[in-house]
Design a protein around this ligand. Structure first.
Ligand code: HOZ
Length: 429
C-alpha cells in the first residue's frame, strides 16, 4: 500500500498540530501505525491522499448513518450555503430541526442547539446543577461524555486508548465533584445514589456505552437508574450523542423504553456537520438563559448549514423501514462475525446493539470498564493493521464502536467478513 503522501502530510502536521492530529485517537498510536490522511469519502468507502480506498466502518465516529456524501444531504448543504453560512441570529431551519427532534423523542419538550457533543454534555450538567442546586455529577467508568473537565475521570474513548488516568489541567475541586462508578452494577449504583453525604445533582450515562467499545446495558440497569433518580430528585441525563437517531428514531431511550430528564445529542442530527444539542423537560429547560439564569451561548449555535444537513439526514432515516433494514443487516453481519470468531482459536467477544458493534479480543463477556480493559489491545493493533492492508477501515482503538450504515450492502459486509476471517488466521501465529 502506498502511503508516501500521508507520511509527508503527517510530518508537516506534527510540527504544526499537537501529535499531528486534531483529536487524539486519530493519531493511531494504540494500533502501532501512523494515520492515513483522507482525501474524500463516498457511500461506505473512504479514500486517502495516496489513492487507497477502504470500506469504512468508522463513519466519522457515528454521524454517517447514510454513508458519506449522501446526495440529499449534499444538496441541502449546497442550497442552504448559497443563502449564507452563518447569521448569528435565529433562522427558520433551527425551528424545523427542533420540532423534528422533539417529535422523535418524547422526553425532549424543548431543545437547545450547540456545536458539539462536548458542549451538549457540559451544558446539560450545568443545567442539572442549576436546577437542583446540588454539586455532584455521577458518571460511569468507561463512559465518555466529551472532554469537559468534569468528564475526564475514568473516561472512555481516547482517555483509555492512550492510558491517561485523568488529565492534568482539571482542578481537584472538579474531580471531587465527579463520582465515577461501575457501569451495569446496580448494587453500587443504589448505594451511591442513596448515600446521604453526597450532594448529587445528576447522573449522566451512555444508555449503550460506545466509548469503551460497545457495551450494552444489562437488563434492569437503566430501569433501576430511572427509578432511583426519580425517587431521589436527581436529574437523569442520557448521553445519546452516539445512540440518538442511530439505535432507533427515538434513540436508545425508545429502544429501552426509558424517559430521561435530559438528553444530549450530536453526530447524526448534524448530518456530518459540527452540531450538538441538549433537551428535555420544559420545567428544566426553561432555566436556560434568556428564559432563566443558567447561562449558555454560542455564535455558531443553530448554524444553518448544520441544521440543513441534519434535517436532510432525518428526512431519510424517517422513511418507513429504514431502521428495520439497518437492524436486519447489522444482525446478520454480527452473527456472521460470531461464526468466524467461533471457528477460530482467537478469543473474542462480540458486543452488538443495532448498527453499533465491537469485537473485543477478550475471552470473557465485556459488561463494564474492567472487563473491557482485559481485552488484548496488542492483538487488536495487529488485527487493525491487517484489516487496513486488506482495504477495511476500522477504528484505530479497541475501545471504540464499528458502525454499519445504510450504504453498506451485503457485498461490502461480506468483504469485511472475508478479511476478518483471513486476519484472524494470521493472529494465531
Ligand atoms: N472521541 C471520539 C470517538 N469516540 C472522536 C474521535 C475522533 O474524532 O478522532
Amino acid at each position: 500500500m502506498k502511503t508516501e503522501a500521508s507520511a509527508q502530510l503527517f510530518t508537516q502536521a506534527k510540527a504544526l498540530i499537537p501529535g499531528g492530529v486534531n483529536s487524539p485517537v486519530r493519531a493511531c498510536r494504540s494500533v502501532g501505525c501512523d494515520p492515513l490522511f483522507v482525501a474524500k469519502a463516498s457511500g461506505c468507502t473512504i479514500t486517502d491522499v495516496d489513492g487507497n480506498t477502504f470500506l469504512d466502518f468508522v463513519g466519522s465516529w457515528g454521524p454517517m448513518i447514510l454513508g458519506h456524501a449522501h446526495p440529499e444531504v449534499l444538496e441541502a448543504i449546497r442550497r442552504t450555503a448559497s443563502d449564507g453560512t452563518s447569521f448569528g441570529a435565529p433562522s427558520p431551519l433551527e425551528v424545523e430541526l427542533a420540532a423534528q427532534v422533539c417529535a422523535a423523542m418524547p422526553a425532549i419538550e424543548m431543545v437547545r442547539f450547540v456545536n458539539s457533543g462536548t458542549e451538549a454534555t457540559m451544558s446539560a450538567i450545568r443545567l442539572a446543577r442549576g436546577y437542583t442546586g446540588r454539586k455532584v455529577v455521577v458518571k460511569f467508568d468507561g463512559c465518555y461524555h466529551g472532554h469537559a473537565d468534569s468528564f475526564l475521570v475514568k473516561a472512555g474513548s481516547g482517555v483509555i486508548t492512550l492510558g491517561i488516568p485523568g488529565s492534568p489541567g482539571v482542578p481537584d475541586d472538579i474531580v471531587r465533584n465527579t463520582l465515577s462508578i461501575p457501569y451495569n452494577d446496580v448494587a453500587v449504583l443504589e448505594q451511591t445514589l442513596r448515600d446521604p453525604s453526597l450532594d448529587i445533582a445528576c447522573v449522566i450515562v451512555e444508555p449503550v456505552a460506545g466509548n469503551m467499545g460497545v457495551v450494552a446495558p444489562q437488563p434492569g440497569f437503566l430501569q433501576t437508574l430511572r427509578e432511583l433518580t426519580r425517587e431521589l430528585g436527581i436529574v437523569l441525563i442520557f448521553d445519546e450523542v452516539i445512540t440518538g437517531f442511530r439505535l432507533a428514531l427515538g434513540g436508545a431511550q425508545e429502544r429501552f423504553g426509558i424517559i430521561p430528564d435530559l438528553t444530549c445529542l450530536g453526530k447524526i442530527i448534524g448530518g456530518g456537520l459540527p452540531v450538538g444539542a441538549y433537551g428535555g423537560k420544559r420545567e428544566i429547560m426553561s432555566l436556560i438563559a434568556p428564559d432563566g439564569p443558567v447561562y449558555q451561548a454560542g455564535t455558531l449555535s443553530g448554524n444553518p448549514l448544520a441544521m440543513a444537513a441534519g434535517l436532510a439526514m432525518l428526512q431519510v432515516v424517517r422513511r418507513p423501514g429504514f431502521y428495520e433494514e439497518l437492524e436486519k443487516k447489522s444482525a446478520w453481519f454480527g452473527a456472521e462475525l460470531e461464526k468466524i470468531a467461533a471457528n477460530s482459536s482467537v478469543p473474542t467477544t462480540l458486543n452488538r446493539v443495532g448498527s453499533m458493534l465491537t469485537c473485543f479480543f477478550a475471552a470473557e463477556p465485556v459488561v463494564d470498564f474492567t472487563s473491557a480493559l482485559r481485552a488484548d489491545t496488542d492483538r487488536y493493533g495487529r488485527h487493525y493493521r491487517q484489516m487496513l492492508a486488506n482495504g477495511i477501515w476500522l477504528a484505530p482503538s479497541q475501545f471504540e464502536a464499528a458502525f454499519v450504515s445504510a450504504a453498506h450492502g451485503r457485498q461490502h459486509l461480506q468483504k469485511a467478513l472475508d478479511m476478518t476471517e483471513s486476519s484472524f488466521k494470521k493472529l494465531i501465529v
